[in-house]
Design a protein around this ligand. Structure first.
Ligand code: COA
Length: 181
């Protein structure tokens, strides 16, 4: 049986993590950087993989800072993009943020990254501001996106519903089973 698994990343997966980082961000964080996230009680680092295969399909990372979930990483392997996996990991991170009791989520995204911006907006993220020339490689601005009300009953229910709908869509489209640990 082909089984997709979304689970906390462990040190055994670090090689695949760095490879995915290289593919999606051109080397944003080092292996030591990711190792720190694994060890940190204030970070959640999730990986999506196909059981038995060494390649990581996607990953997401959030930092819990006071009452805020700061989303630092969301990446899907180029071969697996546009199949709902990015949304699925984002929703799993929002669920973890809710379980941690966090009130809001925020992140920075390149102003040119229309796909990612559309993804976040779909789940209620709004623009909170701009960080001028935030990205040192290109000098590009960052859009600060923000979502409040993570603990509101309606939003908690929405996240559950969206996760269920997306799970059905992914299982139907890929023919794989999907397990969240
Ligand atoms: C951004 C990224 C994580 C999206 O992951 P994905 O698995 O391809 O996205 P999904 O298939 O889950 O799509 C999510 C939604 O975002 C929107 N979206 C995604 N790509 C889009 C695009 N190119 N243009 C417009 N909307 C897009 C759609 O609303 C889509 O929902 P739909 O499929 O129901 O229409 C992925 O493209 C990626 O890893 N990019 C490189 C790294 C990166 O830029 N990360 C984000 C940094 S903040």
């Amino acid at each position: 049986m082909n089984l997709l698994e979304l689970k906390p990343i462990t040190t055994q997966m670090l090689k695949a993590v760095v490879e995915l980082d290289q593919l999606c961000f051109g080397g944003l964080w080092t292996m030591a950087g990711y190792e720190r996230e694994i060890d940190s009680p204030n970070a959640d680092l999730l990986g999506l993989s196909l059981r038995g295969y060494p390649v990581l399909i996607g990953m997401g990372c959030l930092w819990a800072i006071v009452d805020e979930a700061h989303i630092t990483i969301l990446a899907i392997h180029p071969r697996y993009q546009s199949q709902g996996f990015g949304q699925f990991i984002l929703l799993a991170m929002l669920r973890l943020a809710q379980k941690r009791g966090l009130e809001r989520a925020s992140l920075e995204v390149r102003t040119s990254n229309k796909g990612a911006i559309a993804l976040y907006q779909k789940f209620g993220f709004k623009t909170a501001g701009i960080r001028k020339r935030y990205y040192s490689d290109t000098g590009e601005d960052a859009l600060i996106l923000w979502k409040g009300g993570l603990q509101e009953v309606e939003f908690v229910q929405n996240v559950t519903t969206w996760q269920q709908e997306l799970r059905s869509r992914i299982v139907k489209d890929t023919g794989y089973q999907l397990r969240v640990h």
